[in-house]
Design a protein around this ligand. Structure first.
Ligand code: B12
Length: 343
């Protein structure tokens, strides 16, 4: 039985208060009280914990919470997921199938995958949770040894999409279908198809529903040789591009080591997102990232007013990569650099 939304909203507010107060016991108490009041595990995990985590992200991006507050909150949420699982263990698997849940290589957002794993276990799946940042080669070994029926890959960052392709290839070699999910694959899952995943679902509930039927085999994605080559070139040139862009963007601004580190970090992400956009040949991917940069309030980070100069500089430096240059010059990317661009 699921309690009315108002009560879920109230519990989420209480839960966020406990996260904000670094109160692990209090957060666990809110979650367990919700279960005892009749909310099911899925509702507590997805409508309280996951939604609260999204709000944590908003507060970090708006500068109202520090990265340390975010880390504490996330650690507490991980403990809450364990406490909920202990308080209401899943029934034994029903025989529907075995699924491996893994994050893409380089992807440290493990909590979304963990939530998915807990929800699928409650839908009768026998779940193996492989955790964050799983290299494709290691996944291939695991698949060879254990042969699950499905692999679920999770990623929050579109910049990890080239790693998704390697994961898809590892699964293809074992003949195991791959289900993709998490914000990395685009708001409507458009980049899941581009890298050749067999299915995509927007959230854990939808994933459980989709997996009740066999995943239809998709085609092999649309990444061609040009995309592959230009993406690889960008990754090779990443250090040189970041250094060159940083020198130009902040020329004459004096030196502040913390701001310099943050700028280099942001420029590195920008090159990674550009490479991913080239990989799936979609300027919208880079445009979304640029609009997001313009809204994040991290001290010393790349500012919205600096985006156009950075993009123009990249056009100059990357003249030997025609697809990359066309993408940088595209309307969505140019628009996203405008001072008025909204996230
Ligand atoms: C906690 C957190 C971290 C932690 C993660 C620790 C952990 N153990 O998970 C740490 C500190 C490592 C981290 C690091 C970073 N983070 Co972070 N992080 C978050 C935060 C606040 C919460 C993540 C979370 O738990 N979300 C809740 C889950 C449940 O939501 P969800 O992803 O939508 O998951 C659901 C569905 O997507 C789906 N799903 C998920 N996986 C799968 C898989 C399959 C197969 C299916 C079908 C479905 C599915 O089911 C889930 C449940 O319904 C988010 C904010 C946010 N909006 O999520 C930022 C966020 C994702 N992070 C962000 C950023 C920028 C970063 C960093 C780049 C910061 C930096 N400068 O270093 C790094 C990147 C690290 C890396 N390489 O991975 C940005 C990404 C923005 C963007 N442009 O893409 C976000 C959105 C914050 C923000 N508001 O801007 N982060």
């Amino acid at each position: 039985m699921t309690a009315p939304t108002t009560s879920t909203t109230g519990r989420r507010a209480d839960y966020l208060d406990r996260l904000g107060a670094s109160d692990e016991e209090g957060a666990i108490a809110v979650a367990l009280a919700a279960l005892d009041a009749g909310l099911d595990v899925e509702t507590v995990l997805l409508d309280v914990v996951a939604e609260a985590q999204r709000e944590v992200g908003e507060r970090w991006a708006a500068g109202s919470w520090t990265v340390v507050q975010e880390h504490i909150a996330t650690h507490i949420s991980e403990r809450v997921v364990s406490a909920v699982a202990r308080h209401r263990p899943a029934d034994p698997p029903t025989g529907i199938g075995r699924i491996a849940v893994a994050c893409l290589d380089g992807e440290w957002h493990a909590l979304p995958a963990r939530l998915l794993a807990e929800v699928l276990a409650r839908h009768g799946w026998e779940v193996t949770f492989l955790g964050s940042s799983v290299p494709a080669a290691q996944l291939a070994v695991h698949l060879h040894e254990t042969g699950p029926d499905v692999v679920a890959v999770s990623s929050s960052l579109p910049s990890r999409l080239p790693a998704a392709r390697r994961m898809v290839e590892a699964c293809r070699a074992s003949g195991i279908p791959i289900l993709a999910g998490g914000p990395a694959f685009g708001p409507q899952g458009e980049w899941a198809g581009a890298v050749g995943a067999d299915g995509w679902a927007p959230d854990a509930r939808a994933a459980a529903a989709l997996l009740e039927n066999t995943l239809p085999r998709r085609d092999d994605g649309r990444v061609d040789d040009v995309s592959r080559e230009e993406q690889a070139l960008l990754q090779t040139r990443r250090p040189e591009l970041v250094a060159g862009l940083a020198a130009r963007v902040r020329a004459g601004h004096g030196t502040d080591p913390l701001a310099d580190d943050q700028l280099a970090d942001d420029l590195g992400h920008l090159v990674d997102f550009l490479a991913a956009a080239v990989y799936v040949d979609d300027p919208g991917l880079l445009a979304r990232f640029l609009r997001w940069v313009g809204t994040v309030a991290v001290p010393g980070g790349l500012a919205r007013e600096e985006l156009r100069a950075v993009v123009e500089d990249l056009v100059e430096r990357l003249g030997d990569s025609p697809r990359t240059v066309a993408l940088l010059r595209s309307e969505p990317v140019q628009e996203a650099c405008s001072p008025a661009a909204a996230a």
